[in-house]
Design a protein around this ligand. Structure first.
Ligand SMILES: Cc1ncc(COP(=O)(O)O)c(C=O)c1O
Length: 307
């Protein structure tokens, strides 16, 4: 279901750049001496993003002004089994990190080597669940270009969620730029055409220390990526869902309308029980009438009415 939804909109794709011979936008921090790119990482000088929409055109202009003179060799594809990608975490080369204080604005992000992050045990996200995530994918085309599916919509959704969760959030432009540079820095992990996609996971977290319940004093926006295949082990074959009547994903006045992390742990119990009975996942009903379809634990559901 998830794959079908993603593919359905490829008409409005965004062109990220080409693996070979094309140009990319590079932010100033690509010149940062703290960042050492792996030898095969390809970073080429930006020229234009002709096929981008307004949001991306704006970001292109900004990057043009700060274009880096960093060039390096063409990336080699990562040495993994591309034919058997599942939906499991696989570490890649870089992650994007940008911080902001409460009441402030996100300003300067940077690429860092992918790795563990340090957090105060009293961080808002750990103690009170002040966190959001997003999920989108980058696909490689036959001609080597990389496609994103309307990333500004994910940015908008994160902004709506941040408002609900009392967090500052990156602008749409910052979000889209961050996605692009993270994908480009990890280009060798984008699966070849037809083998899967590079899953992009932006996080927004209250990382400052709090003890009494309050918004965190500091926030971290982080993006990591991982190559993935189909979400369900069934691939694109039909899956069996069990309808859940007791556990609900969303309630009026709650946080079901935003992509906050706490929505997910809350359905693990129902999902585990369903899997133990041989189902692929759970289909949740609305909590008021207990009859309207809502969604599956981690994906949308679409119905087709046959007359
Ligand atoms: C609960 C839920 N619904 C739907 C989706 C599908 O994603 P999108 O809403 O971006 O199409 C996801 C993916 O993370 C999800 O977790």
């Amino acid at each position: 279901m998830e794959s079908a939804a993603v593919f359905s909109g490829l008409g409005s794709n965004y062109l990220l750049g080409a693996s070979r011979g094309a140009s990319f936008l590079l932010p100033p921090f690509f010149n940062d001496k703290r960042i050492s790119f792996p030898a095969p990482l390809q970073l080429q000088k930006q020229s234009s993003f002709a096929s981008f929409n307004n949001v991306q055109a704006a970001s292109s202009a900004r990057f043009d002004a700060a274009v880096s003179d960093v060039y390096s060799e063409v990336s080699e594809l990562a040495d993994i089994d591309w034919d058997n990608l599942g939906f499991g975490f696989m570490p890649t080369d870089y992650m994007y990190v940008m911080k902001c204080s409460r009441g402030g604005n996100f300003s300067k992000g940077e690429l860092q080597r992918f790795g563990n992050i340090e957090m105060n045990p009293s961080a808002g996200v750990l103690n009170y669940g002040q966190g959001l995530f997003e999920g989108l994918k980058a696909y490689k085309k036959e001609d080597g270009k990389i496609l994103l599916f309307r990333p500004e919509e994910n940015a908008q959704r994160m902004r709506m969620g941040a408002e609900r969760m009392c967090m500052p959030s990156p602008t749409v432009e910052q979000f889209v730029e961050a996605v692009k540079v993270t994908v480009l820095a990890n280009e060798r992990w984008v699966p070849p055409p037809g083998k899967g996609s590079l899953y992009i996971r932006p996080l927004l977290m209250g990382t400052g220390a709090v003890l009494g319940l309050a918004p965190s004093p500091e926030y971290t926006f982080l993006i990591y990526v991982s190559p993935v295949g189909n979400y369900f082990k069934e691939g694109l074959a039909p899956i069996n869902l069990v309808i859940e009547t007791e556990v609900h994903r969303a309630a009026p006045g709650g946080t079901g309308g935003v992509k906050t992390i706490g929505n997910y742990a809350a359905v693990l119990k129902a999902q585990s029980a369903a899997k133990a009975k041989g189902y692929s996942d759970v289909l949740y009903l609305d909590c008021v009438h207990k009859k309207y379809l809502e969604e599956v634990s981690s994906c949308n559901v679409f119905t087709v009415k046959v007359y």
